[in-house]
Design a binder for this molecule. Sequence first.
Ligand code: PLP
Length: 427
Amino acid sequence: MALPSSNSNLVKHPSERPLPPFHADNNQASSSSPYAATTLTSRAAVDKDSNYGSVMPPLYLSSNYTFDGFKGKRQYDYSRSGNPTRDAVGQAISDLEGGAGAVLTASGMGALDLLFHYVRPGELIFAPHDCYGGTYRLLRYKADFGFYRVRFLDMTDLAGLALALAEEAPKLLLLESPSNPLLRLTDIRAACELAKTYGVLCAVDNTFMSPILQQPLSLGADIVIHSTTKYLNGHGDVVGGALVSKNKELHDHFAWWGNCIGNTGAPFDSYMTLRGLRTLELRVRQQEDTAREIAELLNQHPAISKVYYPGLVDHPEHRLACRQQNGFGAMISFELAGGEPELVQFLNQLKLFSLAESLGGIESLVAHPATMTHIAMAPEARAEAGISDQLLRLSIGLEAVRDLKNDLLEALNLICVEHQDAALSLV
Ligand SMILES: Cc1ncc(COP(=O)(O)O)c(C=O)c1O
C-alpha cells in the first residue's frame, strides 16, 4: 500500500509561519523583549567583555572571587550563589520566557525540588497524575517524608480541578503541558485563573515546548520550569534545569534557596547550555516540521493502534494546542499493536532512533516509558495515568525526515509482515 499523500490528518496551525523558520522575524521572544527569539539567543551575552573585548562570553570557572578589601564584596563572591557564566544563560532563558529572572540548577529535577521549597510541611501541592516519572517520584517520596502533602489530579479536567480547589486549595499548583509521555494538554490560562482565585502559586513545566512554542508566564503562570537537558541545550551533553519567575520577589526567593541548598548549575554546563541555546529556534522549528510528518505517517500505519500528538486533529486537546501553543512540538507517543514480542522486534529493527531516555536533542530517540522514564511510578499509578506497556515515545531530532520515516516504516512493516497485515511503502 502506498502512502496517501493528501488526506492529511494534520491541520495548518493558525500561527503557521509564512517564512521559513530561520527568517522568523515576527516571532518576538516575549512580551518583555523587543527582539525576536533568534536575535535574543544569538546576541545573549555577546560583546560584553570590557577587559579584552572578547566577542563570545568567557567561561568563568573560578569558584570564588576576591573582595575589594575589607567588606568590599563585589558582584560575585562564590559561584554557588552567583557566577557570570551561569547568570548569562539564566538571563537569556528568563528573557525568552518573559520572566524577571531565572535560577539555573544542576538538573531539571533540581529546579523542581527548588520550586517545592515554596511549600512548608503540612501544606499541599497539586500535581498532574501523568507527569514525568521523576517528578512523580520526587513528590511522592518527599510527601511520604513529611516535606509537604501532594494530590495528583487529571489536569485536563478543569471541572475536577475546580472541585479539588474548592475542597482544599493547595499552596502550589504544578502543571506539565504537554505532559510526559502522553502529550496531554492543560488549559494553562484557565487553570491558572481558577487557582488564582484561591491565591495559589502556579508553575508550569515547559520542558516539552521550550519558550519558542509556549510561554506560560504570558498565560498567567507565576513560574516556569525547564529541564534544560532537553531542548534548551539540545545537544544531549548537559544535564541542567531552570526555574524562571515572573517577578523579582519570587526570583529572589528561589535564588536565595538555590544558594542555600546548593543545587545551582555548574559554570561549564552553563557555558554549554548557552552555546546550545543559540540555535534553539532553528532546531525546534525543524524538529517540529519533521515530527508533524512522522505523526501523520504513524497515524496511518496498521501496526500502530493509537498516536498521541497534539497536531493531529483527533487529539482531544488539538484546538487548545492551536490556541495555547506556537506549534505542536517534536515529541510523539504511540501504542504499538501486539505485545512485548512486537515491541522488542520494533525496537531492535530501528537504526536511527536510539533506545534511550531524555529528549529534545538533535538526535532522534525512542523510549519505553513503562520500563524507562516512568519506572518509578507503581504499575497502578501508571495505569491510572494511562501509560500502557505498549506505549513508546519518540523524540524527533534533526535527521532528514525521509530517513527517519523510512527507518520507522521498515521496523513497523516487519510487524505487519509477520501478522500478514498490509504494510506501507517506503518514501
Ligand atoms: C517534563 C520533564 N520535567 C523534568 C524533567 C527532569 O529533568 P532532568 O532529567 O534534567 O533532571 C524531565 C526529564 O525527562 C522531564 O521530561
